[in-house]
Design a protein around this ligand. Structure first.
Ligand code: FES
Length: 147
């Protein structure tokens, strides 16, 4: 049911953890299942993402997608990081079962929430970036409304 890559990133997630003084941090909740993902980004003066870390309180697919998402954004500029969509993350993982597709949205939204935080702090314009609707700030609870 899951690809080898999904199982690998689930069993050995990359870049798990927290970051002191991140350039951007964002937390999003999945309204469907209540799972939560927090993403930390360390961005240098050129706008290049040097480091990405995540904490996911959620299902295996959410762990695997956040792990892959952190791998994909590292080394990209903040603008290039906008190409790391949930589709791109799923492709990099060789797909997800249809019922788990919504889990990959959490990864995309977590990246956007962290980029949003960075853009607000630094006044950086990132084309196409919007504050994710499921951005829950520092709260530990997911929003209640349905998609
Ligand atoms: Fe909640 Fe996958 S079931 S993110």
């Amino acid at each position: 049911m899951y690809s080898e890559k999904v199982m690998d990133h689930f069993n050995n997630p990359r870049n798990v953890g927290e970051m002191e003084n991140p350039s951007g941090v964002g937390t999003v909740g999945n309204a469907k299942c209540g799972d939560i993902m927090r993403m930390y980004l360390d961005i240098d003066d050129q706008g290049v993402i040097q480091e990405a870390k995540f904490k996911t309180f959620g299902c295996g697919a959410a762990v695997a997608t956040s792990s892959m998402a952190t791998e994909l954004v590292k080394g990209k500029t903040v603008q290039e990081a906008m190409t790391v969509t949930n589709r791109a993350v799923m492709e990099a993982l060789d797909g997800l079962p249809p019922v788990k597709v919504h889990c990959s949205l959490l990864a995309e939204e977590a990246i956007h929430a962290a980029l949003w935080d960075y853009s607000e702090k630094t006044g950086t314009q990132i084309e196409g970036l919007q504050k994710p609707v499921n951005d829950i700030g520092e709260k530990e609870e997911a929003p209640e409304e349905e998609y």
